[in-house]
Design a protein around this ligand. Structure first.
Ligand SMILES: Cc1ncc(C[n+]2csc(CCOP(=O)(O)OP(=O)(O)O)c2C)c(N)n1
Length: 549
């Protein structure tokens, strides 16, 4: 049997046996060999310029592709640099395997308590303890990340990495059966649907793989469809799609959701965001929650019935029950509702008076103009900040993989990395990275990555208000001093050109002409728009965010 080393075997086994095709990271001495083995085994290595960017690239890739994200890091600072992105991934239940080298000698400069650090941010710590256990260690970490959708840190101690190991195949990963709904709960939901006049389905991340079943069921019972923000796009194209429930809901959608007499949450936690602190769900509405994770039931909102079950299995069991009983109804899908949604179902249908500020463009005007210009086949990734609702509300997305919303940790600066990961996952789509100027400059280390990798179908849109707008609008009305959250103008278009981007400074809709030319092709470089947006009007969803502080 060929002998290799632990480091080499891990990389080889993941690429060759587990079929890992894409890996993100920043290479240092400690993860050099494992990364080389991954690429020698056939995986593509995507080098970021900062581990924070690498973590978000792996996260965005996993969210958009449905595959496991794999990240390789140097020991110590390689890991600490990645922490914010890893926290976002862990909170979002992104399936992510982090291979980080580890210095186990406390006298090493690189030494930190990696397991303790990981545990403190919700990342599951694991470790390759010895050459004799590495096969099982790797299988365990890989399985937990992929099947249980967790972010797992597999620390690779430097001394263990160097030990000899036979080049055996990676042990197979066992998949356990999914949780099916208890039959009596299926009957209870069918009864509730039979009684309901105005049912609404709220679909969350846990419903993303069950679109067809939920659409079929909703048609049978006349339910309106809405999603949490992270699942935006799931029901794109459905005439009874309300789009996002929560802060980004249109007035029409908010009113229709509030009017529901039955709300069924499918793989959706019913958080304060999705329910606007509970106000979107009527006091008398019956609330049913279906979730594969029993621990998620009733955590954020009162429920009348909780069903621990895989979402697709529960939906199919209900369809079978309705087939058996012949139950069907129009429910909330009335001609009046259809007419209303056709007329005011999208944010752009809601009239507004653009803010007039010399040399600046209203972010709504900008977003609508972009929505018209950009191809429908697109991925929209947004950073965090006052601006973030504009892309989330005004840029349509083709499906649930077309929207990357990294807000579980509410960190600024993650948007560009997640957009790049999404672009790697979906090169067939135009990727739009929507950033504030604060987030753009915080994540700027990855500007070069797009050019270097030839990610040319990338449009970075910076909603540039020359401030931490979130803070300005939150504290401004109280008369607080704002000098610490305001900045002088930065010519982001010039910075982008320096990296090799096409770029435009946008102050009016006419300034978008270069975007039209760039879209026409040959798109031999990515593009950045430095949009000088109006500053006087706060986004109202921000107040909702601050309520959660
Ligand atoms: C890493 C991190 N640092 C600080 C904050 C606090 N914060 C929330 S929004 C925001 C402003 C972001 O500014 P920008 O990206 O320009 O977007 P804007 O709010 O101006 O639209 C800040 C600093 C945060 N959420 N995350």
């Amino acid at each position: 049997m060929t002998q290799t080393t632990v480091a080499h075997w891990i990389g080889t086994a993941l690429a060759r046996d587990a079929g890992v095709k894409t890996v993100f990271g920043v290479v240092g001495s400690g993860n050099f060999h494992v990364t080389n083995a991954l690429t020698a085994g056939g995986a593509r290595f995507i080098a970021a310029r900062h581990e924070g960017g690498a973590a978000m690239m792996a996260d965005g890739f996993a969210r958009t592709s449905g595959e496991l994200g794999v990240l390789t890091l140097h020991q110590g600072p390689g890991l600490t640099n990645a922490l914010t992105g890893l926290t976002e991934a862990a909170k979002s239940r992104t399936p992510l395997l982090v291979l980080a080298a580890e210095a186990t000698q406390p006298t090493s400069n690189f030494y930190i308590d990696q397991a303790g650090l990981a545990a403190s941010i919700g990342v599951l710590p694991d470790r390759v303890t010895a050459a004799s256990t590495v096969a099982n260690d790797l299988r365990r970490a890989y399985r937990t990340a992929l099947i249980e959708r967790r972010t797992v840190l597999l620390s690779l101690p430097l001394d263990v990495q160097a030990q000899p190991h036979p080049d055996v195949p990676m042990p197979a990963v066992q998949v356990w059966p999914r949780l099916s709904p208890a039959p009596d709960t299926v009957t209870q939901v069918a009864d509730a649907l039979a009684r309901a006049r105005r049912p609404v389905f709220l679909a969350g991340r846990g419903a993303r793989k069950s679109k067809a079943d939920l659409k079929l069921l909703s048609e049978r019972v006349g339910a309106l469809l809405a999603t949490s923000a992270v699942s935006r796009g799931l029901f794109t194209g459905d005439p009874f799609n309300l789009d996002v429930s929560g802060g980004f809901a249109t007035p029409a959608a908010a009113e229709l959701i509030s009017g529901a007499d039955l709300v069924i949450a499918w793989g959706c936690s019913l958080s304060m965001w999705t329910t606007r602190h509970g106000t979107l769900i009527g006091e008398d509405a019956t609330v049913i929650q279906v979730d594969a994770n029993p621990g998620a039931l009733g955590v954020h909102h009162r429920i009348d019935l909780g069903i621990p079950s895989d979402v697709g299995m529960a939906a199919r069991a209900l369809i079978a029950e309705l087939d058996r009983s012949g139950q069907r109804g129009d429910g909330y899908r009335t001609p009046t509702v259809a007419k209303r949604l056709a007329a005011e179902g999208r944010w752009r249908d809601v009239p507004f008076e653009p803010v007039a500020e010399a040399g600046r463009i209203d972010p709504r005007t900008l977003s609508i103009a972009l929505d018209d210009l950009l191809p429908a086949e697109r991925t929209v990734a947004t950073d965090s900040g006052n601006f973030m609702g504009y892309p989330a509300m005004f840029l349509d997305v083709p499906d649930e993989n077309g929207f990357v919303f990294t807000q579980a940790f509410q960190s600024v600066g993650l948007g560009l990395g997640s957009a790049l990961g999404a672009a790697v996952a979906r090169p067939d789509r135009l990727t739009v990275a929507a950033l504030g100027d604060g987030g753009a400059l915080m994540g700027a280390s990855e500007l070069e990555t797009a050019v270097r990798l030839g990610i040319n179908d990338l449009l970075i849109v910076v909603y540039n208000d020359e401030a931490y707008g979130a803070e300005v609008h939150h504290f401004g009305p109280h008369g607080d001093a704002l000098a610490n959250v305001r900045f002088p103008p930065t010519d982001l278009a010039a910075i982008a050109r320096g990296y090799g981007y096409a770029a435009a400074t946008v102050r009016t809709p006419d300034d978008l002409a270069p975007v039209t030319s760039w879209l026409a092709g040959p798109r031999d470089r990515p593009m950045l728009i430095d949009a000088k947006v109006t500053r006087t009007r706060p986004s109202w969803w921000l107040e909702e965010a601050f309520k959660g502080h």
